[in-house]
Design a protein around this ligand. Structure first.
Ligand code: F6R
Ligand code: MG
Ligand code: MG
Length: 386
C-alpha cells in the first residue's frame, strides 16, 4: 500500500507590535517562497498562522524526518526571517538556529508534527496550532477525545474503536534522553490521568488505535523544555489529528476544546490561562493572551492534493464558547500574581523573580525555635536572683 506523509513545521519568525501577529508582507514572502520552491519536492502545502506563529503544512511521500522536506521548510522560514529583520519585526528569526540544522529540524527551534500512514480512500485530518502556551495545553482535550466516552461517544458506538487507544507520553523535564511511556485507554486510564494532570512535565506525543495500530495523533511534543536546567520558554505547540474511520470524528476531537481549561501561558508565558478556540489568523491582545488554539480540517486525495482548509472554530457555536472563556480569563486575571494566577516558580519563563527571591534570602531574620522562651526564662532567673 502506498504511504503518505503529512508534515507541519511551525516557527515564530517575527511579528508586528510585539508577539502579536506576522505582518502581511511576511506572510506574502513565505507564500511566494513556497510557491516557487515546493513543486517537485512535495505534492501540496498550505500556510496557517495564529498569534505570532506561522505553520507550513506539507503533503509528500518522503516519510518522516526527511532532510529534503525539512530543508524546504527551514529555507522558507529563513527567507521569511530575513524579510522580518528588514521590516524591523519583533523577535525576527527567534525560533531558528541555522547552525543547528543537521538533516532535520527536530531539536532546533521550530515545532514539528509529522505522520506517515497508509493512504485511506478518504483521508480526513485536522491541523491544530496554539499560541502563548505549550504542548501540555493539549493534554486534557486529547485525553477526553481519545479516552472518555462522555465527550467521545464513538468509543462506545463505533466497532473500530472498541479496544480504545494507546497514548505515548513524553517526560519533557528529562534532559539526557528521550523518556517516554506507553499507556492504554481504558486499561491504564487512571495512570494516564495521573501523568496528564501535570501539563508542565508530561505531554502527549502520539496516540494510535490499539487494535489497528493506525496512528491518529502526533503533537510537536518531542523536546525537553529545560536547557542547562533552565526553562527555555513556551514552545507553542502544533498537532496533526486524523479523524473518522478508526478514529474519533472531527466533532469529537474538537468538542473538548469548548471547556477552555486553564493551562500555562499568556503574559510572559508565566500565567494560568484558559485555552481559547479561535479562528485561523487571530491576533494576540489582552495580557498577551489568552492562550489560543486554531483547528483547520482538510481532506487529502490519494495523489496528495489538499482540499481548501475549513476553519472549525469559525462557527456561531464557538462565539458563545469564546465569551465564556473570556470571563474565565478575566476572573483569573482579577488576582494578578497571587496564588494559582501565576505559574509555579519552576515553570516561569523568566528567571528575574528567582534571582530576586535568592537575594532576599540573605535579608531574612532568623530566630531559633524557642529562642523567645529562653530569653524570658533568663530574664526571670535574673529577677529571682535580685
Ligand atoms: C509565545 C510568546 C511568549 C513570549 C514571552 C516572552 O509566542 O510570545 O511566550 O515568548 O512572553 O516575551 P519577550 O520576548 O517579550 O520577553
Ligand atoms: Mg512569541
Ligand atoms: Mg508564539
Amino acid at each position: 500500500m502506498d504511504k503518505m506523509t503529512l508534515s507541519c513545521i511551525k516557527a515564530d519568525i517575527g511579528s508586528v507590535g510585539g508577539h502579536v501577529t506576522p505582518s502581511d508582507g511576511l506572510l506574502e514572502c513565505v507564500h511566494d517562497y513556497m510557491e516557487e520552491n515546493a513543486p517537485g519536492i512535495i505534492s501540496d502545502w498550505d500556510i496557517n498562522w495564529i498569534g505570532d506563529d506561522i505553520s507550513l503544512l506539507m503533503v509528500h511521500d518522503h516519510g518522516e524526518n526527511s532532510t529534503e522536506v525539512h530543508k524546504l521548510a527551514l529555507d522558507c522560514l529563513n527567507a521569511g526571517a530575513d524579510f522580518a529583520r528588514k521590516q524591523g519585526l519583533y523577535g525576527a528569526g527567534q525560533d531558528l538556529d541555522a547552525e543547528a540544522f543537521s538533516g532535520n529540524v527536530r531539536g532546533m527551534g521550530p515545532a514539528v508534527s509529522e505522520i506517515e500512514f497508509d493512504k485511506r480512500n478518504s483521508e480526513a485530518f485536522i491541523l491544530f496550532a496554539a499560541d502563548k502556551t505549550d504542548c501540555g495545553a493539549f493534554n486534557l482535550p486529547f485525553y477526553l477525545a481519545f479516552a472518555d466516552p462522555f465527550h467521545s461517544p464513538g468509543l462506545m458506538l463505533a466497532k473500530s474503536m472498541t479496544e480504545g487507544f494507546t497514548f505515548r507520553i513524553i517526560d519533557v523535564d528529562h534532559h539526557d534522553s528521550y523518556r517516554t511511556i506507553e499507556l492504554k485507554a481504558p486499561a491504564d486510564l487512571y495512570d494516564l490521568a495521573s501523568l496528564l494532570r501535570d501539563n508542565a512535565r508530561y505531554h502527549i506525543e502520539s496516540v494510535w488505535n490499539t487494535r489497528s495500530r493506525e496512528v491518529a495523533l502526533r503533537t510537536s511534543a518531542d523536546k525537553c523544555r529545560l536547557v542547562d536546567g533552565k526553562l527555555k520558554g513556551k514552545d507553542d505547540p502544533i498537532a496533526i489529528c486524523r479523524v473518522q474511520g478508526d478514529f474519533p470524528s472531527s466533532g469529537e476531537v474538537v468538542g473538548p476544546f469548548r471547556l477552555g481549561h486553564y493551562t500555562g501561558g499568556a503574559g510572559r508565558g508565566s500565567h494560568a490561562t484558559p485555552l481559547m478556540p479561535v479562528c485561523m489568523g487571530e491576533i494576540i491582545s489582552f495580557f498577551d493572551g489568552p492562550a489560543m488554539v486554531m483547528a483547520k480540517a482538510y481532506s487529502v486525495s490519494n495523489e496528495g492534493k489538499l482540499t481548501e482548509g475549513v476553519d472549525l472554530f469559525d462557527a456561531p457555536f464557538w462565539d458563545g464558547v469564546r465569551l465564556k472563556i473570556t470571563d474565565k480569563f478575566i476572573t483569573m486575571r482579577e488576582q494578578g500574581f497571587s496564588g494559582p494566577a501565576m505559574l509555579n516558580i519552576h515553570d516561569l519563563e523568566y528567571g528575574g523573580v528567582v534571582e530576586k527571591l535568592h537575594q532576599l534570602q540573605g535579608r531574612f531574620n532568623i530566630e531559633k525555635p524557642g529562642a523567645a522562651k529562653q530569653a524570658d526564662k533568663k530574664a526571670a532567673k535574673k529577677k529571682a536572683k535580685k
